[in-house]
Design a binder for this molecule. Structure first.
Ligand code: ADP
Ligand code: ADP
Length: 228
């Protein structure tokens, strides 16, 4: 479902953050992306949802080469990909409910369908009772649950997460991981950049390790492989 061929990325400052990525990720997989800071993990995943455009190469997502995708088509791509960030990126002036409904309102979904779907995903993340609250009234873990609910409300085939537990304490991190496990078990592909050694070594999945813009290791049920 996602396939990179000979993908290179050179930033305007001359840094080569991708030095020939070649990788194939199948539908339904759960993939961890690990490696030292500055290795190119964010660049790798940002190219999958066209937050960054590769300098060279092809990136097929659901049969479309998104490296060649016209800029005006990018919003359509984003509807089929959920994204979760380390710092949640919720809209602070909107309620929990509105943050999640937003994605469906822009595609002009029927109000009845929106209500039903938002409550469904809020239920899945265990926050139905906090639908009316504002993001700053929630703990970090709860805010991350809201952002996960937002990422799946469109029923995307893939969810991409960039260090989703990076700002959370260990116990909350495990709860968030259980949610991703649940979403993956329902058939959604998960691609997650992480520095969480304990999680990677406990909930085993495919591990792609990146160093200096190169995939140096790609193992099914791999381990974290770094000291910290
Ligand atoms: P990681 O996510 O593994 O920490 P990144 O993909 O963020 O790595 O960064 C890879 C390299 O590209 C680093 O040297 C970083 O400084 C550089 N880089 C990242 N984003 C940009 C940017 N927008 N402009 C210039 N250089 C960047
Ligand atoms: P088009 O194919 O419609 O002509 P491009 O996708 O080639 O448009 O992008 C045109 C310009 O916008 C380029 O300079 C590119 O770097 C920049 N760009 C493309 N995608 C993004 C994005 N997601 N965010 C910010 N700038 C972008």
């Amino acid at each position: 479902m996602i396939q990179m061929n000979e993908v290179y990325k050179k930033y305007p400052n001359g840094i080569m953050a991708a030095n020939g990525f070649d990788v194939k990720i199948q539908s339904g997989e759960f993939v961890y992306v690990v490696g030292p800071s500055g290795a190119g993990k964010s660049t790798f995943i940002k190219m999958m949802y066209r937050e960054e455009k590769p300098t060279k190469g092809t990136i097929m997502v659901n049969g479309i080469d998104i490296a060649k995708l016209k800029r005006k088509r990018v919003p359509y791509l984003r509807r089929n990909i959920g994204v979760v960030f380390q710092d949640f990126k919720l809209l602070n002036k909107l309620s929990v409910y509105e943050n999640i409904a937003f994605a469906l309102e822009v595609i002009e979904e029927q109000p009845k369908v929106i209500r039903q779907r938002v409550m469904e995903v809020l239920d899945l993340v265990g926050l139905k009772h906090k639908a009316r609250m504002m993001p700053d009234e929630l703990s970090g873990g709860e805010q991350q649950r809201v952002s996960i609910a937002r990422s799946i409300v469109n029923s995307p085939k893939v969810v991409i997460a960039d260090e989703p537990t990076g700002n959370l304490d260990p116990e909350t991190s495990w709860e968030i991981m259980n949610l991703f496990e649940e979403i993956n078990s329902r058939g959604t592909t998960i691609i997650m950049a992480t520095h969480n050694r304990e999680i990677v070594n406990t909930i085993r999945h495919r591990v792609i390790a990146i160093e200096n813009g190169v995939i140096v290791r790609d193992e099914q049920r791999g381990d974290y492989g770094y000291e910290s």
